[in-house]
Design a protein around this ligand. Structure first.
Ligand code: LMR
Length: 431
């Protein structure tokens, strides 16, 4: 049958069946579908890992992504996770989880944020679902906010984790920023932050990092948290906490929940994104939780039903394996103790590396102050280096980090700290 020259319509687009020899090609259709698509910009954090991986240099160092490494620079699987995997091997079927995920995992996770004996949990006032780690929890909340409070904006600190902007942008929530970091003191710009909270329209949403602020490593003091909480309450704002690093600030997940507990004492309605990427090392398992504290149990049931309905067309239900690991660890007192010990061990190694990096820089005769390396907490040091200085680190020393000067202290080891300090000294000494 002669095919040459035939054309037709598919999904409203004209196609052409070309080829004088009778071969059937959809040339015009194939070439036109995506021709206007431009390459996406590189991700400012994950793009650093890609560049690191393609560098053949034996000297290369990756202090870009916030992922814990041991003192040999190797990824770590916690012993409590290994033991949980041994226990669950072959014991579970592969059925779907409910849309809201593992009920047991969510229950254990909420205790970490709200407190073991929380009255809010007892009264069933918390609507919560398993989420695809912290990113998934933030995104689910952003979509929820957009759907039910479409008129309100979200205030995001400057700076913040780069992906926060993407998450609320893609959920079509208008964004504003609030002051957070004070570059000169390398600390918190508390008065500017308070002014921004005060000047925001009543009933705005505020994104807060519960602990170990990413990227600055600068957290409010307890007293400052109390003042922030009071002002947010007086303005009728909604505080949404991203708690991606519980345990990484102090080494103790309970202490790191202090900011949230202050807000709970003050009677706020809050939202929380929790993640086990960092504190259980379950990066690729994508396991976390989104919770919203409601007025009463009835409202919590309604809110949960809506969160589930948002999840259903996106991914139906969350993955099983990570949830099983978390549940196994947190519901067994011995495994939980082992986890707490291992969290502290990770936090302590990072604290040790902060001291070593600062000491090395001072011993090299750097005239700059590096006190902030040890003053800041959590996984990151916001070094104060400029994008140009970071570019030199990469080009001349094969050291990979984000261009905002953030150093992932989790990638610093006794083996590379001297090399790193020397390179930082070289690129910062002339100005
Ligand atoms: C980071 O900030 O490096 C981590 O949270 C990893 C990520 O997904 O950006």
């Amino acid at each position: 049958m002669a095919m040459a020259g035939r054309s037709g319509l598919v999904a409203g687009r004209r196609f052409f069946l070309g080829g004088s020899s009778g071969s059937c090609t959809w040339m015009r259709g194939l070439s036109s579908w995506w021709k206007n698509v431009e390459p996406a910009p590189k991700d400012p954090i994950l793009g650093v890992t890609e560049a690191f991986l393609s560098d053949p240099s034996p000297d290369k160092v990756n202090v870009g992504v916030g992922a814990y490494r041991d003192d040999n620079g190797k990824p770590v699987v916690l012993e409590c996770v290994r033991e949980a995997e041994r226990r669950i091997a072959g014991s579970a079927n592969m059925e779907y989880l409910p849309m809201g995920g593992s009920v047991k995992m969510v229950e254990e996770t909420l205790k970490l944020a709200y407190g073991e004996d929380s009255v809010f949990l007892k009264d069933k006032r918390v609507a919560a679902v398993q989420a695809l780690s912290g990113t998934g929890a933030c995104r689910l909340f952003a979509d929820f906010q957009r759907r039910f409070r479409p008129e309100s904006q979200i205030y995001i600190p400057v700076p913040t984790w780069a992906n926060h902007h993407n998450i609320w942008r893609d959920a079509h929530v208008p964004q504003q920023t609030y002051h957070y970091y004070h570059a000169e003191s390398r600390g918190l710009d508390f008065s500017a932050l308070m002014d921004d909270v005060k000047n925001a329209p009543n009933g705005s949403f505020f994104l807060l990092h519960a602990c170990a602020h990413n990227p600055t490593g600068v957290d409010p003091t307890e007293e400052q948290w109390r003042e922030i909480s009071q002002l947010i309450k007086a303005k009728g704002h909604f505080p949404f906490f991203d708690m991606a690093y519980q345990g990484f600030a102090s080494g103790d997940p309970e202490r790191d929940a202090k900011s949230i507990r202050i807000f709970l004492e003050d009677g706020h309605a809050i939202g929380i994104a929790q993640s086990y990427a960092k504190n259980m090392g379950l990066y690729g398992q994508r396991v976390g939780c989104l919770s919203v504290l409601c007025e009463d149990e009835k409202q919590a049931v309604v809110v949960k039903s809506q969160l589930q309905q948002l999840a259903r067309p996106m991914y139906s239900n969350p993955p099983l394996h990570g949830a099983l690991i978390v549940t196994t660890i947190l519901s067994d007192p011995d495994l939980k103790q082992l986890w707490l010990k291992e969290v502290k061990m990770m936090a302590d190694r990072i604290i040790g590396m902060r001291a070593a990096l600062r000491e090395n820089l001072e011993n090299l005769g750097s005239t700059l102050s590096w006190k902030h390396i040890t003053n800041q907490i959590g996984m990151f040091c916001y070094s104060g280096m400029t994008p140009e200085q970071v570019d030199r680190l990469t080009k001349e020393f094969h050291i990979y980090m984000t261009r905002n000067g953030r150093i992932s202290m989790a990638g610093v080891t006794t083996g590379n700290v001297g090399y790193l300090a020397n390179a930082i000294h070289e690129v910062t000494k002339s100005g």
